[in-house]
Design a protein around this ligand. Structure first.
Ligand SMILES: [Zn+2]
Length: 294
């Protein structure tokens, strides 16, 4: 298991799916010719043929006071997903979560950076034909703007289904706290607005004993977008805004010891931000890595 320490907190990566290639439907600009010169993407984020590696995973942020699951992947048994291989999954995610030391009953907080299909799936699980909360002892922390936008969504059929099977059941169970985009979850963890991918998208800032980390959500999907911040994802709600968000964050983090932990980064999955020509790159941090105090 991959785990990083930030002061008194740990962040553990629980992988649901990793894939190599097949990501152009999200980032069509990232052709092999365009990404192959970015040698630093190998081996964690790209193979030798220029095929991008990606991951769907959850991050457990274990603090002295709260045990927080950030984003809940795709989930099992879900139907009506636009990506064919995301339907009717029967993966070992909950077993892997428990094996890592985090049985689902022990999760007391779930944070959804946004409400897309691959970030809310395990909010619920299928029991006797009904979608029930997977984490019955957790408060589900969701941005109010994000919630309102998807609740009122009628046109994007897949997301209407996603809201119905993975968001509405936890809300109806009274487990959701609708919060502002700069909400403080606990002493070590706060949300930060990182808009553009969706109308209420947030990142997660972790601060403990002078050390810092930042969980991206989908403000970027792949580290190649650090070199080319203007490469917005097809699914970004406001591509100009998401580009501004990437620029702003990487400018602020470049040269600092803050650990950037990617929500869809494959392999080692985290690193420090460095300026690189006109853009940025990721200096990969192997798991267990401790960023130096600022
Ligand atoms: Zn995503």
């Amino acid at each position: 298991m991959m785990q990083w320490r930030i002061g008194k907190t740990s962040v553990s990566k629980i992988v649901e799916i990793e894939a190599t290639g097949g990501f152009r439907f999200v980032l069509p600009q990232a052709t092999r010719e365009a990404v192959l010169p970015m040698r630093w993407l190998q081996p964690h984020f790209m193979d030798e043929n220029g095929r991008l590696k990606t991951s769907v995973h959850a991050l457990v942020v274990d603090t002295p006071s709260r045990r927080i699951l950030v984003d809940t992947c795709l989930g099992n048994d879900k139907q009506g997903r636009a990506v064919p291989t995301w339907n009717d999954l029967h993966g070992p995610f909950l077993r892997d979560l428990a094996a890592a030391g985090f049985p689902r009953e022990s999760i007391d907080t779930v944070v959804c950076t946004h409400l897309h299909v691959d970030h809310v799936g395990w909010n619920t699980m299928l029991v006797d034909g009904h979608w029930v909360p997977t984490f019955p002892n957790a408060r589900y922390v969701i941005g109010r703007d994000e919630f309102d936008y998807w609740r009122d969504q009628r046109k994007w059929e897949e997301q209407v289904t996603v809201f119905a099977d993975s968001v509405a059941p936890v809300f109806d169970a009274g487990l959701v706290d609708l919060v502002d985009t700069d909400h403080r979850v606990c002493d070590e963890v706060r949300l930060e607005p990182t808009l553009g991918h969706t109308p209420g998208h947030v990142g997660v800032r972790i601060t403990s004993d002078g050390e810092q980390a930042f969980i991206t959500g989908d403000l970027l999907h792949h580290p190649c977008q650090m070199a080319r911040t203007e490469w917005a994802a097809v699914v970004d709600y406001d591509k100009r805004q998401s580009t501004q968000t990437r620029e702003r964050l990487f400018t602020a983090l470049a040269g600092t010891p803050t650990l950037l932990i990617g929500t869809h980064f494959a392999g080692a999955g985290a690193g420090r931000v460095a300026s690189d020509g006109g853009g940025y790159r990721l200096l990969v941090a192997e798991p267990g890595h401790r960023p130096a105090p600022r």
